[in-house]
Design a protein around this ligand. Sequence first.
Ligand SMILES: Cc1ncc(COP(=O)(O)O)c(C=O)c1O
Length: 378
Amino acid sequence: MATSRLAEFQEQFARRADLTHLNNAGLAPITLAAKNKVEYWAERYYQEGFWTDADYMTDVLSARHAMADLIGCQHDEIAWFQSAAGGINQFAFGIGLQPDDEVVMWDQEYSSMLYPWKEACDQNKAFLKIVDSEENLKTPTEKYLAAFTSKTRVAAFSLVQFSSGARMDTQAVISECKKRGILVFIDIAQTLGLHPCTVWAMGADAVAGGSHKWMVSPVGVGYLAIRKELAQKMKPRNIGAYTYGTCDDPSDFACEPKRDATKFEPGSKQVLEITALGASARIIKAVGVETIEAEALRLGAKLRDGVYNKGHQLLNPFGREAISPMVNFLPGNGMSLPDMAKRLSDHKVNFALRGGGIRLSTHAFNTDKDIEKALSLL
Ligand SMILES: Cc1ncc(COP(=O)(O)O)c(C=O)c1O
């Protein structure tokens, strides 16, 4: 059963023999369903222009439902942005940080998380408390919790860190936040589509992420999922016609913003990218994120063991445990990092330089052949 669902997922990818995609934590190829969706809307705009109006909005709504299903929230708790940074900015600037409030964050968060929170803290005279990672980018839960004080207002962290897959015991962090009345904001860019992550059930207040990694969709969509009651209280950072209604409503300074998360979307949507993301989200849901995770982890473990057995130095914070498809390493056997990077590039195996070394990241559409090819070059 799981095998046939996995095959269904794998059939969604071009899987060209000349290109080996091992930077899926960076930019993954997109599904056939996503590609078809982009082509479908391009064709309809070309043929029909204005006459597509109602239909494209229906399809954007359907994408909202598909993402809500994966995230475990309501469709009207999702706001679209151009990238994850947009959603993070909305939340960081929107929650009304007060002087002396503290926001607690790891030093290794991705810049689209780090910079908005830094700026929001600076502008509100709040304090961004940065917790230093440990050796090999380890993020011990106790160390993070020890940074909380009576002034802590927000715990802002990635469920999975981008450099090397570091994680905390999220449930322990959230339950401490609940006890102390601390807001929980989670970057799920490296989680959604790969690991099960029903965030409201976990107790998060808001999450943000993007389209082009584990969601196997075109670059160009970010999302913020925010609990209804919080969204109602929060002012939109960007304002436009859609903050209040639609393009057909007359302007009126007395009008009130919408009450759900769509008020954070000021204007017209990036329909091709959003509906393509919706198409990939539906595939992921149908195949089952557990099936995808199991295969990505199996291939990741095979690659990690191979890298280790060839005498390279593993850098992942979780060592050889098969809990992440990210494989970070420093070349051993006298080979330099630039030489290894060049060898991989020359043979069209993609990777990223992250976490102090080379980061390879396997997805469920990769094959054992991909792993063997990469290992043969190492
Ligand atoms: C943890 C994390 N958050 C967010 C992003 C993406 O941010 P944005 O969509 O703003 O480029 C990435 C990767 O690019 C990431 O690894």
